[in-house]
Design a protein around this ligand. Structure first.
Ligand SMILES: [Zn+2]
Length: 252
């Protein structure tokens, strides 16, 4: 287990790559205006019933690897800087990671345009853009807009998510799940791109969702691993050039 530490990289155990990826993903999502003053990224620690997540009140714009806490599936902080508590909604991360062994990284954010589709009748968020095939199985909407502030609420959210890769919480926000932190960033970007595209499309006419045939055609030639790698490098390189990300972080 990683030891409690208030210091930087030097005292961390073998989780440096994951810590730097979580911090970079958070900084990039914040810079892209997908995440803001609230929201969080988590990443499962390999081989452990535990995950990295940022502290409750750490500004997303200044997150560093050493700020990250290690929590268990019950939302309890098991390692991290002293006197720091987990986010109020830590339970959604723990309960989804507990129930979905295929998920290794989760983002929760509160993107307003994307969430608009939970505020109206008869206009659900649909896959419109090609990369939205990721959500071909569906984008469930959790009816309870509450903060996911205890284990029971976390289990209810995990039940609504079911086997899907993204969901919305009505009048609240989004949850994206992926197999890795780089994939999580890419999926979050595509999810919001799709939401914004549908918002604009619906303003000028009747929207046309991707059909099953459209999605099958796109999937035939689409390779997720190189796509994730290409976009992760694109955003990381941009972040390093702008000074958002330190040059010495190891991110892949
Ligand atoms: Zn929330």
């Amino acid at each position: 287990m990683a030891q409690t530490s208030d210091a930087g990289h030097a005292d961390l155990t073998g989780d440096n790559l994951l810590r730097e990826q979580v911090a970079a993903c958070t900084l990039l999502l914040n810079d892209l205006k997908i995440m803001a003053y609230s929201g969080h990224v988590s990443a499962r620690l390999p081989g452990r019933d535990a995950y990295l997540i940022q502290p409750f009140d750490q500004p997303r714009s200044g997150l560093r690897p050493e700020h990250l806490l290690i929590c268990d599936y019950d939302g309890k902080v098991i390692s991290g800087p002293s006197n720091v508590r987990a986010p109020a909604e830590v339970y959604l991360h723990g309960e989804i990671l507990r129930s979905r062994p295929d998920v290794n990284a989760i983002a929760h954010f509160h993107h307003d345009i994307t969430n608009v589709f939970t505020l109206v009748e008869d206009t659900p968020l649909l896959p419109l853009k090609n990369h939205a095939v990721r959500w071909a199985s569906g984008i469930p909407v959790h009816a309870d807009p509450s903060h996911v502030a205890n284990s029971e609420l976390g289990r209810a959210v995990a039940k609504t998510l079911g086997p899907h890769h993204a969901m919305q919480i009505r009048a609240h926000g989004q949850i994206i799940t992926a197999e890795s932190v780089p994939a999580l960033l890419v999926d979050s970007v595509h999810f919001v791109e799709n939401g914004e595209a549908m918002y604009h499309a619906a303003a000028i006419g009747r929207v046309k969702a991707l059909t099953d045939a459209d999605m099958a055609a796109f999937q035939r030639d689409f390779k997720r691993v190189p796509h994730v790698s290409k976009l992760w490098r694109y955003y990381v390189e941009g972040g390093v050039k702008s000074g958002l990300l330190p040059k010495d972080w190891v991110l892949e």
